[in-house]
Design a protein around this ligand. Structure first.
Ligand SMILES: NC(=[NH2+])NCCC[C@H](N)C(=O)O
Length: 304
């Protein structure tokens, strides 16, 4: 397989979609590792495998309708495999095997067959001291945005997934890219405040548009950089409440077609009426209760 991903929106040809099979029983509070899952367990509203399966089937159907080839990781029992995005990610023609938090390491096994179909020279392994998950890496042609956390209390947070060493690592392997690291606000307990991955606070759409949640950035300068790059008039700013429901985490099938959650009324109207996009609306609220949404549950392999 020849990989090719240089941005978030070029026409999608092949993707891995996560897997609800084998989710098993609700996790215990102590076994959650993001604020949203934590909250769902606490409130007794953690989604069932059956409900998540229905939502992911709707997603798969839309992808197939648009002629996208869909791969799935194989099922490992008693493991949450919904969020493919973080397990590994493609930059240009390279596949980077992520170095996930320990709680999620097991997920990687189920991608062996997919990784085996990629030429070895195009696979990049991350060393132990480089922490990086795909949700923190957003490509925009010559730009690579990397969500991270560089403060001294890094190890205190389960939701800090990408470290300073990862930024250097990516710069080293992709010298032709302009790597812009952006520090995120971390909070393991408050889903109205903490940002798990960069794609929970920012995402490019179409050719030159972006969805942004301003207060997700630790440093307001990083938000300003995005405004300067995309232009204020091309940016849709989401509210704290919309961030909580993960409005930035939609998924592009092409520069003209996006998949979005059906309750994202304000965003969906804006994308349709102001940006002229086709919005494929599906139900995905159950998935959101586990701390991720549409972008998080995909791993694009080929866009052209
Ligand atoms: N790219 C993303 N934002 N992924 C969301 C992953 C959510 C998952 N519960 C975790 O804590 O890792």
């Amino acid at each position: 397989m020849i990989l090719n991903v240089t941005n978030e929106t070029d026409t999608l040809k092949a993707v891995v979609l996560g897997q609800p099979g084998g989710m098993g029983e609700d996790p215990e509070l102590k076994d959650t590792f993001d604020s949203k899952s934590r909250e769902s367990v606490k409130r007794g509203i953690y989604p069932s495998e059956e409900d998540v399966t229905k939502e992911m089937e709707a997603f798969e159907k839309v992808l197939k309708k648009h002629d996208v080839q869909v791969f799935r990781p194989w099922v490992i029992e008693d493991l949450n495999q919904v969020f493919s995005r973080d397990v590994g990610f493609v930059i240009d023609d390279k596949f980077i095997i992520a170095n996930l938090i320990e709680d999620r390491e097991e997920e990687q096994k189920a991608y062996e067959r997919i990784i085996d179909s990629i030429s070895e020279k195009n696979i990049i392994k991350t060393p132990d001291d480089v922490h990086v998950e795909g949700g923190d890496v957003i490509l925009w042609n010559e730009f690579m945005f990397v969500g991270c956390y560089k403060q001294d209390d890094y190890s205190k947070y389960k939701t800090a997934r990408t470290n300073a060493k990862a930024v250097e690592f990516l710069k080293h392997h992709f010298p032709h890219k302009w790597v812009i690291d952006m520090e995120l606000v971390k909070d393991d307990n408050d889903p109205f405040r903490g940002i798990l991955h960069l794609d929970c606070t920012f995402q490019p759409v179409g050719k030159d548009k972006a969805i942004i949640y301003k207060n997700g950035f630790l440093n307001e300068r990083h938000y300003q950089i995005l405004l300067d790059l995309f232009g204020r008039k091309n940016v849709f700013e989401v509210t704290r409440e919309e961030m909580y429901w993960m409005n930035t985490n939609i998924f592009s099938i092409s520069p003209e077609v996006v998949v979005s959650e059906k309750n994202f009324t304000r965003l969906n109207n804006h994308m349709r009426d102001e940006w002229g996009l086709t919005v494929e609306e599906i139900p995905y609220r159950e998935v959101s209760k586990m701390g991720g949404l549409l972008r998080c549950s995909t791993m694009p392999l080929i866009r052209e």
